[in-house]
Design a protein around this ligand. Structure first.
Ligand SMILES: NC(=O)c1ccc[n+]([C@@H]2O[C@H](COP(=O)([O-])OP(=O)(O)OC[C@H]3O[C@@H](n4cnc5c(N)ncnc54)[C@H](OP(=O)(O)O)[C@@H]3O)[C@@H](O)[C@H]2O)c1
Length: 297
């Protein structure tokens, strides 16, 4: 990381924003933005409010002078976005426009999603045609366009199925928590992606920033896997009962938002740029296991 940059992280209470804040704590002058007042106030500059509210973002713009904004704030509940498209638009799109308008001198690192792609039989590459199937994906794609148009220095990082044991609402945490409590769960067999831990995802985002990456990059794990197989892998690797996991087809679920069967991201261009492979599920499970045992991933 170039010397002690002034970095604003939005969505600092979330899965990725929280992990990035931990990693950057001693390396940058951090400004952390939360949606609601955090329970524990740390030593950093803490701000909170609704990033979809223009008065709020405009007052932040007058107060803060970040060199870099890592925008992790989002409404990530895909079915909620479908049910409440205006709410999705407010945080997934309008908030991005407000941040770009109110911080014209900051480089924006914007986190996006594999759901910008539609139905296909292989995971999307950065230069593939998009075609989101749901409201969340449409707003995230429109936001990407704003970020790219605002400056050629901006960076968009698409990730997919991001997880760890403790943060937010993520699939790993749900599976681990449910199986530990002896609860039966199911996973779909006909939707796949390439999951990546929040540790690896945050490391890769910071590595891209360190290498002055611009434009658009994909991050994700080495392994493409269905939700069902992922749940079974969690059970087997963490000493839990895989018999509690049953298989379903996505059509059985009646979920509001359509999702592509082949989701996930082709990350080969990022591997070439960074000269490193994406992590395997095994690599990431080891990091999660270590974090759980020692607090160090
Ligand atoms: N996790 C994944 O599997 C995944 C996959 C693909 C892409 N992504 C992208 O990765 C980025 C980070 O996602 P994440 O997994 O870290 O999500 P997350 O855990 O849901 O965190 C999002 C954060 O945004 C905050 N937020 C929501 N509405 C806000 C508002 N109106 N004003 C200010 N803050 C607001 C949330 O606060 P509250 O919770 O307090 O509302 C939350 O802390 C997002 O851009 C997401 O689209 C994630």
């Amino acid at each position: 990381m170039p010397d002690r940059r002034h970095i604003l992280i939005t969505g600092a209470g979330g899965l990725l924003g929280g992990r990035l804040a931990q990693l950057l704590r001693k390396k940058a002058h951090l400004m952390l933005h939360f949606h609601h007042a955090p329970k524990k106030l740390g030593a950093e500059n803490i701000f909170y409010g609704d990033l979809g509210d223009s008065d709020h973002v405009s007052s932040l713009g007058k107060l803060l002078k970040p060199d870099l904004i890592i925008n992790c704030a989002a409404l990530t509940d895909v079915d909620l976005c479908e049910r409440e498209p205006e709410l999705s638009k407010k945080i997934n799109l309008t908030a991005v426009r407000l941040l770009l308008d109110c911080f014209p001198r900051a480089k924006m690192v914007h986190i996006s999603t594999d759901y910008v792609f539609g139905e296909r039989d292989y995971p999307g590459r950065p230069d593939d045609a998009t075609g989101p199937l749901n409201t969340y994906g449409r707003h995230k794609l429109d936001a990407e366009r704003l970020v790219a148009e605002a400056s050629p220095d901006n960076l968009i990082v698409r990730t997919n199925t991001t997880y760890d044991m403790t943060s937010g609402n993520n699939f790993f945490k749900f599976v681990y928590g449910s199986l530990t409590a002896g609860k039966k769960i199911f996973g779909v067999t006909d939707q796949s992606s390439n999951p990546i831990s929040s540790y690896s995802a945050s490391d890769l985002i910071l590595e891209l920033i360190n290498r002055d990456a611009v434009d658009l990059f994909h991050i994700g794990g080495q392994d493409f896997i269905s939700r069902y197989d992922f749940a079974v892998a969690i059970a087997r690797n963490f000493g839990l009962k895989s018999k509690l996991v049953s298989a379903k087809e996505s059509g059985d679920l009646n979920r509001l938002a359509p999702r592509p069967r082949t989701a996930g991201l082709d990350c080969s261009a990022t591997e070439r740029f960074l000269k490193q492979l994406m992590p395997s599920i095994k690599d990431d499970f080891i990091r999660i296991y270590r974090e759980n045992q020692t607090g160090e991933a």
